[in-house]
Design a protein around this ligand. Structure first.
Ligand code: NAD
Length: 474
């Protein structure tokens, strides 16, 4: 593959995207400058004792982009390529994502430069706890709420929650989302990004008259987002999953396969590569397959001006953050390919993170069908807002999403509205959330013995999981 002509620096890409939408909205230069810069950046260097007794110093970041309509919110990534610019870009995209989805959060992101694949569980725990302690000065349920991202998961969030809770002297479940259920996680959070992506693809298919039953799907990145997306498209839409990849390579089968069987195979062997009855496909080739739907669900900068002319999919759903460069966006738009941009397509994750936080603050837990139904409502609403903007302004879907975000979003809020924990939800819902947050912070921290905020007894959990109406945990 020859080198793309454009920049692959994710923060430069994010700033170009803001410029493009800002121009369409006739934003003044000062406002554009505000939109293009993060509010706060923290870099930390911290020592960790490794299993062999040596001490290694890791570098991590937490970038808080904007909190005009609510606390900062965004995942934490563990990857050897993490950089300050990548974290800045991801925090910027989080800001627009929350605004597009209409949830009362700003944007943030964190990352640690490390290779989690070469670290033991103990080393990962020690690194996570030390990183959590370093960033504890700026995170908290009412300030900034991390969640999982690439190579972090529910276990990582549990370690962070515990580290923060130890320092406080009481359990603080609202400090992170994407937690395990037992310590205050939400039903449906593990698959939420993918379920949201499925709803967005379904809506795009309706607009483009594509039948999802039997439609072919290729997924780059068979991790949390990619795997659940493939599974949901297969099980709930009857689509044919013909290709998936992971960091080691990929598989292709014209006949299609069941992603659940591929997952079982990956759990045994460590990769999708070699799944019986499939041919190998590379991470570059998967993007150019003759399919109806392409879902890049791994990392940034994979769709560029170099390969965009060869992409054959009718719909691209960006499960990953930042997979497409602005130059590739232009090519897809000209070629009539419908691209559902990351800040809309993968917004289901932060939406259910928000639901988890609301459940933690209110100490009232929802059923899986409550979560899915509310998520569907938020996704379809956001999709239609973006689609209507695209049609009205004759722009591509990414620009439309940015225009919706900037119009509805944080920095356009008049100063007298800034800082209030309100969002762009229906009025009734907004008031309810604000009241819940007030109640949570005002109530004394005296709880029945053996119960913690956000935790559930086994009995209540069992009732809860049978989809009975929600119950108060404490
Ligand atoms: P993950 O760690 O669970 O999965 C990442 C997958 O990508 C793995 O299968 C890995 O093997 C694969 N991968 C890594 N490097 C690759 C490479 N160079 N080429 C191809 N595949 C590669 O991470 P995730 O949580 O599924 O996140 C994936 C993407 O989705 C990221 O861009 C992330 O920011 C975005 N995202 C995640 C969430 C969430 O809720 N987890 C929400 C919104 C957006």
């Amino acid at each position: 593959m020859s080198k793309p002509k454009e920049t692959l620096n994710p923060f430069e890409i994010a700033r170009t995207q803001i410029d493009r939408a800002g121009k369409k909205l006739n934003l003044d230069a000062g406002m554009l400058e505000i939109l293009k810069n993060p509010r706060r950046e923290l870099t930390v260097h911290f020592p960790v004792k490794m299993d062999d007794g040596t001490v290694k110093v890791f570098t991590g970041y937490r970038v808080q982009y904007n909190d005009a309509v609510g606390p900062f919110k965004g995942g934490i990534r563990y990857h050897w390529n993490v950089s300050l610019d990548e974290v800045r870009a991801l925090s910027c995209w989080m800001t627009w994502k929350c605004a597009v989805m209409g949830i009362p959060y700003g944007g943030a992101k964190g990352g640690v430069i490390c290779n989690p694949k070469e670290m033991s569980k103990d080393e990962l725990e020690h690194m996570t706890r030390r990183y959590a302690s370093e960033i504890s000065i700026i995170i908290g349920p009412e300030k900034d709420i991390p969640a999982p991202d690439v190579y972090t998961d529910g276990q990582t969030m549990a370690w962070i929650m515990d580290t923060i809770s130890m320092a406080k002297g009481f359990a603080v479940p609202g400090v992170v989302t994407g937690k395990p259920l037992a310590i205050g996680g939400s039903l449906g959070r593990d698959e939420a990004t993918s379920r949201g992506l499925m709803y967005a693809v379904r809506e795009a298919a309706k607009k483009t008259k594509l039948t999802l039953k039997g439609a072919t799907v290729a997924v780059q990145g068979f991790g949390n987002v990619g795997m659940h997306f493939a599974r949901l498209m297969h099980d709930e839409q009857g689509s044919k999953i013909v290709a998936v990849t992971d960091s080691k390579g990929g598989i292709f089968s014209e006949k299609g396969f069941d992603p659940k069987e591929v997952l079982a195979f990956k759990e045994k062997t460590g990769s999708v590569v070699g799944f019986p009855g499939t041919k190998p496909v590379s991470n570059e080739e998967v993007l150019e397959l003759e399919v109806d739907i392409l879902a890049p669900c791994a990392l940034e900068g994979v769709l560029t001006s170099e390969n965009a002319p060869r992409v054959k999919a009718k719909i691209i759903g960006e499960g990953a953050n930042g997979p497409t460069t602005p130059e590739a966006d232009d090519i897809f738009h000209k070629r009539g390919i419908v691209l559902i941009p990351d800040i809309l397509a993968n917004g289901g994750g932060v939406t259910v993170s928000y639901f988890e936080w609301v459940q933690n603050l209110s100490e009232f837990f929802w059923t899986k069908s409550d979560v899915d139904q509310k998520l569907e409502g938020v996704m379809v609403g956001a999709f239609n807002r973006v689609w209507d903007m695209r049609e009205a302004k004759k722009v591509d879907t990414r620009q439309a999403a940015y225009m919706v975000a900037i119009n509805r979003g944080p920095l356009h809020a008049p100063p007298d509205e800034r800082g209030l924990p309100h969002g762009r939800l229906e009025d009734g819902h907004r008031v309810e959330v604000r009241d819940l947050a007030r109640k949570r912070h005002a109530r004394p921290l005296i709880l029945p013995r053996g119960q913690r905020p956000g935790s559930m007894t086994e009995e209540l959990r069992a009732e809860h999981e049978t989809n009975e109406p929600g119950v108060f945990a404490s």
